[in-house]
Structures are given as structure tokens and as C-alpha cells.
Design a protein around this ligand. Structure first.
Ligand SMILES: Cc1ncc(COP(=O)(O)O)c(C=O)c1O
Length: 441
């Protein structure tokens, strides 16, 4: 097939792998080049899968390799035909609470009493005293009047803007926003504008323009509390002040800051003491809280409205009671056992310092993920293969997730990473940064 002739080496394959993460490229360029007949809606899947299989056969794609052990700082995975122990830097289980025996005990007890599934959405059997209790705990913890549980973090963070905003409104989102923020914003029908990442001046420009253009609608601003790809915390003091000045409502997605920031681990809003100024605090249970599911905390009226209007609440099964119990136990540990957070930060600082000493450029240093700038998109997949050979698992972050020429490795730390594993990682990065001439030899 001509694709094989055109792709000469792993470098070209790597470029193809990068491009294929972009659906527009797949449909408009790749399928067109291969003269794909798209009258059958499945045809694009055949073309895509065919290319992925070729890339996999050459070891270019690591996505979708199953883990054969329980989650943790090291895991067992099969690469190059053999099982290997890999140091895991692609997990967001920052506090290792998914394997904490105290969480498991709570889940076991609830399993016997309540069974596995909720049986329906909360319109039916999906709302129990366990759900009610966790919602009250979350509202209290995040400094809001009420809270609502969602089946996933994605649902929790995509729902408020979809339910609250209409074609009359404008939604302003940070340029580094997660897909759930964008998906919710675009599906609301509101006009969506993206402002430069964590840049209050650009946000102010967007707010000013929005106020001029509005015709009877309102403005919602959406940011993340901590950006794990950029490594920075949202500039919430400036952002909240601007929202107030222009009469906009603000939602903060605390996915990567819960467990990591704030005195009791409640995230960036707690860190800055802005619980009253931020209108909606949303988050996920799938990262520091070690489970799955999400929540929104806000004024009572907003939560009541979402409880009736958010489609993911009404038409999707509620969180299983066992997870609700597990999240409650994890929340208590997160709030009372600060040693986990201290250990996590010790590891972050150790890795950052070591990587800088071997010449790496670290983007932001305010989150539990260390973003190491590589910049040269062309070497990313070969660099990844070398990391795998050295027992290090992380994802190459390439265009279109980050701008062209700004590729990074995102190293997400866990409380339980050992110093030995971090030192090995530092040494390997030093070696590979020189090998690929990212730093001078
Ligand atoms: C910033 C951010 N928000 C929301 C989510 C969605 O959370 P979940 O995976 O729990 O659905 C993620 C997950 O990757 C995230 O990184």
C-alpha cells in the first residue's frame, strides 16, 4: 500500500502518530490521501485502525498497553515481548489512596450492605443516604452551600455550563482547558471564546469584548485550579477580581488540585482562600481521591437547578454506593493525614531539582506533575521508546494537545514513589536529553 512506501522510517511514523490524534486530519487529509470512500460511516475506522496497527507493529504507539498489576508507583506491563516493571508517571493517583487499606475497608463494608450498583439515576434508586451524606461533606469541605455528585469528573465539569448557559450567553475558557470544559461549553450553544493560558490581561480583554457584545445574556468564565501540562496554578486572585468587575460567573475545575493544594487538600480555591469568590467549584474523584466520579459545589439554588437540568444527573446511573463510601473514606484521609501530601511534595521537589541539575527545562513547578520541555516534536516517540526500555512509563504530550514545538513529558508524581526510582529517572532523562541533543553533550 502506498502509505507504507511513503513512510520511510520511525521518524515519519512518529509524525503520522501525532497527526492521527487529530480527527480533522484523519478525515480531511489522511482519508483523502488514501482515496477512502466515506459513504460507509465505518470506513474511517478501518483506515484509522489499519494505520494504528502498522504503527503499533513498529512500536511507535504505546497507548492501550494493559497493566498487569495493581496501580502504584511501579506496575507490570508488557513491552518488546516481555513483562517489565515500569516506574509509573502517568497516574493521577497522587496520594495512592486507590490502594489504601482504610478506603478498601469502607468499600468492603458497603458492598455487603448496599451491593454494587446504584440501579438507576437519582431520579430512581440512585440516591441513598450515603450519597446525601457525601454531598453534605463535600459542600462543607469546599466552603459552599450544597454539592452534587456526578457519575464522572468529566460529567461534573461539563454539566454546569451546558445546563446554565444558552445561545444568549458567552463562555470564556482558558487556552489550556481540559476537553470536558470545552465539550460542555460548545454543547451549551453559547458563544465560546478562548483566552491565552492563565493570562489575566487577555481574560480582561475577552470580558470587555463580551460585555460590549452581549444582548441580554450573561458571561461564564471557566478555568482549572492547577494545570498539570503547564505546571502552574490558576491566577485566581486576579481572575476572581476580574469576574466580579465584569459581572461574570466563575467555575474552577479542581481536578488536579484536590489532594495537592490547600491546607486540607481541598485544592487551589482553598489555597488562595477564595471559596466565597469562586461561584462553582467542580472536581473529580479519579485523581487524588483514588476512585471515579465527580462533584459540583455551589449555592443551593444552582445545585437544585443542576439536579433537575443536568442531563448526566437525570439520564445516567448514579455513582455506585461502594464508590461513594470509598470516596468519603479517602476524603477523610486526605483531610487528616497531611503526611501523604508532604511526601508527594517532597517527591515533586526531588525530581524537579534532579532534572534541572542534569540540564532539563521544567515548565511550571506549582503542581504534582513535572512538565519536562523537549520542544523537538520529531524525537518524542523515539525518546518515549528509550524511556520504556529504561523502565519509565510516561506519555509524550505532543501537538495538538500542546502547540507545535512545545512537546513535553508530563511526569505525574505519587506519594509512594521511591527516591531510588526518581534518581534512576533523573539519570535516564539526563542521558536521553543529551542523546537527542535537547541539551549539549
Ligand atoms: C483537568 C481535568 N478535568 C476533568 C477531568 C475529567 O475527570 P474524570 O477522568 O474523572 O472524568 C480530567 C481528567 O483527566 C482532567 O484532567
Amino acid at each position: 500500500m502506498d502509505l507504507e512506501h511513503r513512510i520511510q522510517d520511525v521518524q515519519a511514523l512518529s509524525d503520522k502518530a501525532v497527526l492521527l490524534t487529530n480527527r480533522d486530519y484523519l478525515l480531511n487529509v489522511h482519508c483523502a490521501e488514501l482515496k477512502t470512500d466515506q459513504r460507509d460511516v465505518f470506513e474511517k475506522a478501518r483506515v484509522y485502525a489499519d494505520t494504528v496497527y502498522k504503527l503499533r507493529a513498529m512500536g511507535v504507539v504505546q497507548y492501550g498497553v494493559p497493566i498487569e498489576s495493581k496501580p502504584g508507583p511501579t506496575v507490570t506491563m508488557e513491552f518488546f515481548g516481555e513483562k517489565r516493571t515500569m516506574i509509573m508517571f502517568a497516574s493521577n493517583d497522587y496520594l495512592n489512596l486507590s490502594t489504601d487499606p482504610r478506603v478498601h475497608e469502607a468499600i468492603k463494608k458497603t458492598l455487603v450492605e448496599y451491593g454494587v450498583g446504584a440501579g438507576s439515576s437519582r431520579v430512581g434508586t440512585g440516591y441513598s443516604y450515603l450519597h446525601k451524606d457525601l454531598e453534605a461533606r463535600l459542600a462543607d469541605a469546599f466552603g459552599k452551600e450544597a454539592a452534587l455528585l456526578f457519575p464522572t469528573g468529566f460529567d461534573a465539569i461539563a454539566s454546569p455550563q451546558t445546563a446554565l448557559c444558552t445561545a444568549k450567553d458567552r463562555i470564556l475558557v482558558d487556552g489550556s482547558s481540559h476537553a470536558c470544559i470545552l465539550e460542555g461549553a460548545y454543547s451549551s450553544g453559547a458563544t465560546v471564546r478562548v483566552f491565552a493560558h492563565n493570562n489575566p490581561e487577555r481574560l480582561e480583554d475577552a470580558l470587555r469584548r463580551s460585555v460590549e457584545k452581549l444582548d441580554g445574556g450573561g458571561i461564564m468564565v471557566m478555568v482549572e485550579g492547577a494545570y498539570s501540562m503547564d505546571g502552574d496554578l490558576a491566577r485566581l486572585p486576579e481572575i476572581t477580581a476580574l469576574c466580579k468587575k465584569y459581572g461574570a460567573r466563575l467555575l474552577v475545575d479542581e481536578a488536579h488540585s484536590v489532594g495537592v493544594h490547600g491546607k486540607f487538600g481541598h485544592g487551589s480555591v482553598e489555597h488562595f482562600g477564595l471559596q466565597k469568590e469562586v461561584d462553582i467549584i467542580a472536581g473529580t474523584f479519579s485523581k487524588s481521591l483514588g476512585a471515579t466520579g465527580g462533584f459540583v459545589a455551589a449555592d443551593k439554588e444552582v445545585i437544585t437547578y443542576l439536579n433537575y437540568m443536568a442531563r448526566k444527573i437525570v439520564f445516567s446511573a448514579a455513582l455506585p454506593p461502594i464508590l461513594v463510601a470509598g470516596v468519603k473514606a479517602a476524603l477523610e484521609i486526605m483531610e487528616t493525614d497531611s503526611s501523604l501530601r508532604e511526601k508527594l511534595w517532597e517527591n515533586v521537589k526531588h525530581l524537579e531539582k534532579g532534572l534541572r541539575e542534569v540540564g532539563a527545562t521544567i515548565l511550571g513547578t506549582e503542581t504534582a506533575s513535572v512538565p519536562v520541555l523537549i520542544g523537538n516534536d520529531g524525537v518524542m516517540f523515539r525518546f518515549t521508546q528509550d524511556l520504556i526500555k529504561e523502565g519509565i512509563f510516561t506519555f509524550p504530550v505532543v501537538y495538538p494537545t500542546v502547540p507545535k514545538g512545545k512537546s513535553i513529558f508530563r511526569l505525574a508524581l505519587q506519594s509512594k514513589h521511591s527516591k531510588d526510582d526518581l534518581d534512576h529517572t533523573i539519570e535516564v532523562f539526563g542521558k536521553l536529553l543529551r542523546k537527542y541533543e535537547i541539551i549539549p553533550n
